[in-house]
Structure formats: C-alpha cells, structure tokens
Ligand binder design. Structure first.
Ligand SMILES: C[S@@+](CC[C@H](N)C(=O)[O-])C[C@H]1O[C@@H](n2cnc3c(N)ncnc32)[C@H](O)[C@@H]1O
Length: 244
C-alpha cells in the first residue's frame, strides 16, 4: 500500500476507535469481564453476552481493536487451558464500570452518539452558531432540555471525576466559606466538594429545567437561572465546562 494511501485510510477509519468503545459499553463488556473476576476467554465472553450465534465471530474482531487501543489486555493464566488467553480490564476500562465511581460510561455513550463532527463542513457553510445545532437541529441546551435524563447522566458521570481533583487540591477549598458552581447540573461536583469540606455553603446555578426538582439541603442550595444574567455571590465561583 502506498504511504499516502495508508495515511489517508488510517485517518478515514480512526472514527472506528470511538465507535467500538461506545459499542463495548453498550454491550456491557467491561462489566461482564469485571463480574467474571478471572481472565475471561473469548468463548466465555461470547456466552455471557448472549449474542445471536451469527454475531459471535465479530466479538473477536471487536476485542482485538479494544485490546490494541488499551481498553482491555490479554493474559495467559494457569487457570485457563494451555494456549488460552483471557481478557482483563485495564486502568481505563476500570473507569467504565457501572458499579464503580467514577463511571465514565454514560459520558462516553453521550459523546459517541452525538454527531456534531459529522456536520462540521455544513456548519462552516451554514448560519447555525455551533456544529451541534447543525447536526441536531437545535442549540445544545435546548436539545438537552428535550433529552434531560440523557444529559444529566452524561454530565454527572463526567463530574464524578471531580472526586480525584478534590482529593489533591485541599488548600483550594479549606479557607473559603462559600462557593457557587455555575452550570453545576444536578450537583454532583458540589456534593463531592461538600463531602470533603462540610463547612462550606454551596450554591448550584443551572438552567431552571435542570434544577427544578432538585431538593435543597442544609449546605446546598439550587438556583435556577441564566449565568449570563446573574450569578449568586459567594467567596468563589466554580466554572467547569466540557465542549462538544
Ligand atoms: C457541560 S455541562 C457541565 C456540568 C458540570 N459543570 C461539569 O463540568 O461536569 C454545562 C452545564 O451548564 C448548564 N448551562 C448551560 N447554559 C447555561 C446558562 N446560560 N446558565 C446556567 N447554566 C447553564 C447546562 O444545563 C449544564 O448543566
């Protein structure tokens, strides 16, 4: 194959990495391997996934790509027959387990199932403000208003990563009395911070429909509103965003 052709094909097919990752999460492969507790052979995996027999062969190819990209590893073990390899989790796939925190699966599924990138060219040629709007026919937060659970789960999943940050940045939080999390969603980050620093008074500001049913607690208050109009006052403002 010509070097230029190989280069083009490599980039044309690179979308397969994220699609295969989304597929592994949809099928629950990290959870199945985790529950097995021992390295899991291909036949054990196929049997546990309960797929139509005609699809079983494709799991081998799916797993090859996922091993290549570092989401699973293979190992020989004396518990398995000679020459048999078993799949095990890697540090990355351990972050995709439904039973653990953080679990980034909802976030990854949200990212791979939305397709603003497909619309990048059309966005440049059109009048919409963002590629998201070109792809989904509505601005991002309006779209999420219609798909609220989907968005909240994805955002909460990403926000769980904050527990790692809080652990390493104690000095940032310990000398303040109040904090407002702007665009704080359902309060995952605020609750994580409060668990480590219970002396704080936290406010979560988010769009009205996001916080409408969120109950206040002694230390945590939800305010519905638009950050571009006003932000409740506090010692510190937390502003963490993820761009699509
Ligand atoms: C990408 S999410 C980030 C959630 C969280 N801060 C995090 O990083 O995990 C952005 C949040 O901002 C909220 N948001 C969007 N526009 C807003 C606005 N004008 N005023 C207040 N919140 C807004 C959304 O509803 C959403 O919960």
């Amino acid at each position: 194959m010509d070097v230029g052709q190989a280069h083009i094909y490599k980039h044309a097919f690179s979308f397969a990495n994220s699609m295969v990752l989304g597929c592994a999460i949809q099928l629950g492969i990290p959870d199945v391997i985790h529950s097995h507790k021992l390295p899991m052979t291909l036949s054990q995996l196929v049997s546990e996934l309960k797929l139509p027999p005609a699809k079983s062969d494709a799991i081998h190819r799916l797993m090859r790509l996922l091993v290549y990209s570092g989401f699973f590893a293979t190992t020989n073990t004396i518990l398995l027959d000679e020459n048999q390899q078993g799949y095990i989790l890697t540090p990355s796939s351990k972050m995709l387990l439904k039973s653990e925190i953080p679990n980034l699966s909802p976030y990854v599924r949200a990212i791979v199932s939305m397709n603003p990138w497909q619309s990048l060219g059309d966005w440049f040629l059109g009048n919409e403000t963002t590629p998201f709007e070109t792809a989904h026919g509505a601005p991002m937060w309006e779209f999420f208003h219609q798909n609220l659970r989907f968005n909240n789960e994805a955002m909460a999943s990403d926000s769980q990563m904050m527990c790692l940050v809080v652990k390493d940045c104690k000095e940032v939080f310990q000398d303040m009395d109040s904090l407002v999390d702007v665009g704080g969603g359902t309060g995952i980050i605020a609750n994580t911070i409060l668990a480590a620093f219970p002396h704080l008074k936290c406010t979560v500001l988010d769009l009205l429909h996001v916080v409408a049913n969120m109950p206040d607690t002694q230390n945590l208050k939800y305010v519905g509103g638009d950050m571009f109009h006003s932000i409740p006052s506090a010692d510190a403002i937390l502003f963490k965003v993820t761009r699509f």
